[in-house]
Design a protein around this ligand. Structure first.
Ligand code: SDX
Length: 377
């Protein structure tokens, strides 16, 4: 009999392909986009510059940035048909469902949907980058019974999103913290949603189909949905003094503690210190006892988890609380992740097409032995 094949459940440890887009340097536990350390990009560059870097391989010079911004800003508005379609979705559905539907609808509307040329895909990527925040903001407002606010072409990507959600732009340090989160969320190699986009692309399907599928993959709580789950969990615990007892009960019940652990990082997520720093700044400037209590609870749970399990937070842990403090409703946290990761997904779609191989692994069969259909000879 043949030797049993080695099974790699969850593709753990399997190297599927090469990529030039990003990597985690194990020795220094630092993440680089196109070779640049992400902490330096977060500190010194706008999210638009990071998007340009991921797509084109280089940071834009002044002229390229001006051009990129002008095109992004012009593409932000949604047409009437799209707004009407989105308004017809049940108000009880999750904003990730709205976003998934919106991406699919943009594909159906685009006459070049099936043109997979690099130039056409670049145009589609920019369209999605520009329009997704408009969808998310309209959804944030719809949940509060408010009409959408049109985009303001005079504002940067991050500022405009606040404007469309709340009708005003907060202090520059709040916008900065938000922009840092966008830069940190933008790209992370072969994570589940990016891999999903690559699987769909590998069949030579179109970019909108790949992104629609990626939105679906990101929604799950083991992946992008965790930033929302973190906030639900913190509100469930409620009191910093309850953190340890709550954790012990949750672990005894074999619950997964949201915002902790990572397939790739076993000694801590390289992005967490940067985001935690931004979160600490938000907490300090709030100077509000309720915010301080949440931050104390957040830290208490982190320490308890390190003591009990030796498991560290991932990016969703500080980002979840940061988005709450910025005033966003919990159900738009994962859609905000999409607004950022659209850059990484589409960079990977382009890369997949540049040296495509159909993604089609094997399975080891352990079902019933061959048997006769009743009545068959
Ligand atoms: C993201 O891949 C990416 O790069 C993803 C991402 C990106 O930028 O794209 O970084 C974004 O998805 C972050 C992850 C968000 N998910 C969560 O926060 C959900 C909670 N975390 C986990 O369920 C878990 O840690 C995963 C899903 C993130 C990773 O799962 P793995 O690699 O399959 O590891 P595992 O579940 O097999 O855990 C190994 C051990 C287990 O214990 P044993 O069975 O060996 O005794 O660690 C334990 C797990 O039970 N463990 C946890 C835990 N995470 C790991 N126990 C409790 N709570 C946790 N969060």
């Amino acid at each position: 009999s043949a030797t049993a094949p080695e099974i790699h459940r969850g593709l753990a440890g399997v190297v599927v392909d090469t990529t030039e887009i990003s990597t985690v340097i194990q020795e220094t536990n630092s993440l680089t986009y196109r070779g640049y350390p992400v902490q330096d990009l977060a500190a010194r560059r706008s999210f638009e510059e990071v998007a340009h870097l991921l797509w084109f391989g280089e940071l834009p010079d002044e002229g390229q940035l001006r051009d990129f911004q002008a095109r992004e800003r012009a593409l932000r508005p949604l047409d009437r048909t799209t707004l009407e379609l989105l308004a017809r979705l049940p108000e009880t559905c999750h904003p990730m469902d709205v976003l998934r539907t919106a991406v699919s609808f943009f594909g159906a509307e685009d006459p070049t949907e099936d043109d997979g040329s690099p130039a056409a895909n670049r145009a589609k990527s920019l369209t999605l980058l520009a329009k997704l925040p408009t969808v998310v903001a309209a959804e944030q407002r719809r949940r509060r019974g408010l009409a959408p606010i049109p985009p303001d072409p005079g504002l940067g990507y991050a500022e405009n999103f606040f404007h469309m959600c709340f009708g005003n732009v907060p202090d520059p340090d709040v916008v900065r913290c938000f922009e840092i989160s966008l830069t940190l969320y933008a790209e992370h190699s072969f994570n589940a949603s990016t891999f999903t986009a690559r699987v769909v692309t590998s069949t030579l399907s179109d970019l909108y189909s790949a992104v629609t599928a990626a939105v679906g993959a990101l929604k799950g709580p083991l992946h992008g949905g965790a930033n929302e789950a973190v906030m639900h969990m913190l509100l469930e615990i409620g009191d910093p003094r309850r953190a340890e007892a709550w954790l012990d009960e949750a672990l005894a019940a074999k619950r997964k503690i949201m915002g902790f652990g990572h397939r790739v990082y076993k000694h801590g997520d390289s992005r967490v210190p940067i985001m935690q720093d931004a979160l600490d700044r938000l907490v300090a400037r709030a100077a509000d006892p309720e915010v301080t209590r949440l931050a104390t609870l957040h830290a208490a749970l982190r320490h308890a988890m390190a003591n009990r399990k030796g498991i560290h937070p991932n990016l969703d842990y500080p980002a979840g609380l940061a988005y709450h403090l910025m005033g966003f409703d919990i159900p738009v946290f994962t859609p905000i992740f999409v607004m950022s990761r659209i850059t990484g997904w589409t960079a990977h779609i382009t890369e997949q097409l540049a040296h495509n191989a159909l993604i089609r692994p094997l399975a080891s069969y352990d079902g019933r032995d061959q048997r006769a259909v009743p009545g068959a000879a």
